[in-house]
Write a protein of this length. Structure first.
Length: 211
């Protein structure tokens, strides 16, 4: 399994490309602007097909490149229904979009529920609902990789902002404690921005949401 961390777009949002060279298959987690140009050569090296795009939440910086990805790859899209309006009718984000930013709608094929489990690239995956930053923020947890892709819920030494529509500091703190801090301490947390961290480190050192 190969994991490529690909910061992209105007505010360097992390996209994560997971490739299984043996299966010649891949999945993409989040799709900031310009991500297709970065992942296409990586897919070509392995002759891999992008099977799915998983969206951690519907904010523009995580979805701006999604329509292009789907158009070129035919990937199925998974996301949480609480962010349906943001993803399928992104013009509702006009109130907090920067001037000149365009976001095309994305058709979601599979709406996720909290606690849903499935298999991807031959590995078990669990979806956990982590609202507070955004109503539909979810994390994708791979037990076999000891890895959780958490969107903008939790950062290394920080948490997601809660001043945008649908945000709540109280809900976010509850979500982090119940859905992220309950993962094994050695789990690597891959956030929507910035470097990776570990669950155990954030439980003892995060100044915003201590365990």
């Amino acid at each position: 399994m190969e994991l490529h961390v690909l910061p992209s777009g105007p505010i360097q949002t992390n996209a994560y490309l997971l490739i299984d060279p043996a299966r010649q298959e891949a999945i993409l987690i989040d799709a900031p602007e310009g991500i297709w140009a970065k992942i296409q050569p990586l897919l070509a090296v392995h002759g891999a097909a992008l099977r799915e795009l998983w969206i951690t939440h519907g904010h523009w910086d995580h979805t701006q490149g999604g329509a292009e990805v789907v158009r070129h790859s035919g990937a199925r899209v998974r996301a949480h229904r609480a962010d349906q309006a943001l993803i399928e009718t992104p013009e509702v984000m006009t109130v907090f979009l920067r001037g000149g930013i365009r976001v095309d709608p994305i058709h979601v094929d599979l709406w996720l529920g909290a606690g849903e489990r499935w298999e991807a690239l031959g590995r078990a995956v669990e979806c956990r609902h982590v609202p507070g930053h955004c109503p539909g923020n979810v994390l994708f947890y791979f037990p076999s990789l000891s890895a959780a892709f958490v969107g903008d819920a939790l950062f290394a030494g920080g948490v997601g902002r809660t001043d945008l529509p649908g945000g709540s500091a109280t809900v976010l703190a509850q979500s982090i404690r119940s859905q992220i801090y309950t993962l094994p301490d050695y789990t690597v947390v891959h956030p929507g921005h910035g470097p990776a961290t570990q669950v155990g480190d954030e439980k003892v050192g995060n100044p915003f949401v201590p365990a």
